[in-house]
Ligand binder design. Structure first.
Ligand code: ACO
Length: 193
C-alpha cells in the first residue's frame, strides 16, 4: 500500500483498497434498484478508502453536513490520518468520489474496537454516514451503510452497532439494523458541544 500521487496530490489510502473489492454483495439482503455496488456505484463515481489527499477534495466540507467540524489545518488532518493508518485494522473510512469534479461526495466509517469479551473479539461501530446534498436520493447512503456492514463481517466483527437521531431509525431499519428490546438506550456525557 504505497504512496501515490493523483494530479500532484499525495494519495495514500487509509486501508488496503482490495478489502473493498473483496466484499461479496451477492450476500447482501439489501435491494438496489437499479443495481449498484462498491465495484459499480454509478457513472463517474468511485468507492474507495479515504486518502491522505482528500483534504483537498472537500472531505471536511462533506463532514460539515453531519456535524460541527472546526477549522482543521492540513497538518492536523495529516497527523490524524497517519495516526489512524498506523492502527492497522481499526479505522475504515470509506468514501465516494465524483471522478469528474474530484470531490468526495459521500462517506461512512467502520470503527473497530478490540475486546476481551466474545473470545477476544472485535466490535464494529458504524459512524459518520453522510452524502452530499446534491447526490442524495441515488441509493448512495444505502450503498455506504451496506458496504460498512459487509466490511464489518469481512474483518470478523461479532456485531456492528450505531447511534442515530430518532428520525433516522427508519433509514437504518430498512438496512437490517434492529432496535433490540430492552437494549436500545444511547447515553451520553458531553464534555464539549
Ligand atoms: C450512524 C450515523 O452516522 S447517523 C447520521 C446520518 N447522517 C446524517 O444525518 C447526515 C445528513 N444526511 C445524509 O447525509 C443523507 O440524507 C443520508 C446519508 C442519511 C441518506 O443518504 P441518501 O444517499 O439520500 O440515501 P439513499 O438514497 O440511499 O436512501 C435510501 C432509502 O432511505 C430513505 N431515506 C433517506 N434519508 C432518509 C432519512 N433521513 N430518514 C428516513 N429515510 C431516509 C430513502 O427515501 C430511500 O428509501 P427507498 O429505498 O424506499 O427509496
Amino acid at each position: 500500500m504505497g504512496l501515490s500521487y493523483e494530479n500532484g496530490i499525495e494519495s495514500e489510502p487509509l486501508f488496503d483498497p482490495n478489502i473493498l473489492k473483496a466484499l461479496d454483495f451477492s450476500k447482501s439482503k439489501v435491494i438496489f434498484d437499479p443495481p449498484i455496488s462498491v465495484i459499480d456505484p454509478g457513472e463517474n463515481l468511485k468507492v474507495r478508502p479515504l486518502c491522505s489527499g482528500d483534504y483537498d477534495r472537500g472531505y471536511l466540507k462533506l463532514l460539515s453536513f453531519l456535524t460541527k467540524v472546526g477549522d482543521i489545518s492540513r497538518k492536523q488532518f495529516l497527523d490524524r490520518f497517519h495516526a489512524m493508518s498506523s492502527c492497522k485494522g481499526m479505522h475504515y473510512i470509506t468514501v465516494i468520489e465524483d471522478t469528474v469534479s474530484g470531490q468526495i461526495i459521500g462517506s461512512a466509517t467502520l470503527a473497530v474496537e478490540q475486546k476481551f469479551i466474545h473470545d477476544a473479539g472485535f466490535r464494529g461501530r458504524l459512524e459518520d454516514v453522510v452524502v452530499s446534498d446534491e447526490y442524495r436520493g441515488r441509493q448512495l447512503g444505502k450503498l455506504l451503510v451496506e458496504t460498512i456492514r459487509l466490511l464489518a463481517e469481512h474483518v470478523g466483527c461479532y456485531k456492528i452497532t450505531l447511534d442515530c437521531r430518532d428520525r433516522m431509525v427508519k433509514f437504518y431499519k430498512q438496512l437490517g439494523f434492529q432496535l433490540e428490546e430492552g437494549n436500545s438506550n444511547f447515553m451520553t456525557v458531553r464534555f464539549q458541544d
